[in-house]
Design a protein around this ligand. Structure first.
Ligand code: NI
Length: 167
């Protein structure tokens, strides 16, 4: 397995729309494993392929306490959603920034697992937020884009400054 570099906002590549995975083969499974390792090393609960500059519709997440319950969604589709929840979100591509985002409280999602087998999952609460956040990445959307323009500008300035300082 290998750790993959994570793109940081406002990198324009984060706004790429990912394409469907046509076949869940060994290459895709390696990507899943590398993404899981990268997410755990960065102490995140979710990661979309977009964030590691691979523009395929694939996300991994683990919202469990013990971090031993990896969930893989290949070509995820939102079948239904209802209710509203507001939750503080963060993102491995926007380090150190946390803010509240309103999303659906309950969702039903269809996807393929690591073996390419279709499944349907009903999710609510944190898991539902996390899936919606990661699916947004596949459409080129970062959570800060739900915030006011003023906040987005502040975040961009802060992260650009930090990127310069770490060069
Ligand atoms: Ni994110």
């Amino acid at each position: 397995m290998a750790l993959l570099p994570i793109l940081h906002y406002p990198d324009p590549r984060l706004h790429t729309r990912a394409t469907e995975v046509t076949e869940v083969d060994a290459q895709i499974r390696k990507l899943v494993d590398d993404m899981a390792e990268t997410m755990r090393a960065a102490v995140g609960i979710g990661l979309a392929a977009t964030q590691v500059d691979v523009h395929k519709r694939l996300i991994v997440l683990d919202v469990s306490q013990d971090q031993q319950h990896l969930q893989v969604f290949i070509n995820p589709k939102l079948v239904s959603k209802d209710g509203i929840q507001e939750r503080e979100e963060g993102c491995l591509s926007v380090p150190g920034i946390y803010d509240r985002v309103t999303r659906a409280e309950r969702i039903v999602v269809e996807a393929l697992d690591r073996e390419g087998k279709p499944f349907t999952l009903e999710a609510e609460g944190l898991l539902a937020t996390c899936i919606q956040h990661e699916m947004d990445h596949l459409d080129g959307k970062v959570f800060v884009e739900y915030l006011s323009q003023l906040k987005q500008n502040r975040i961009k300035t802060k992260l650009r400054k930090r990127a310069r300082e770490t060069l």
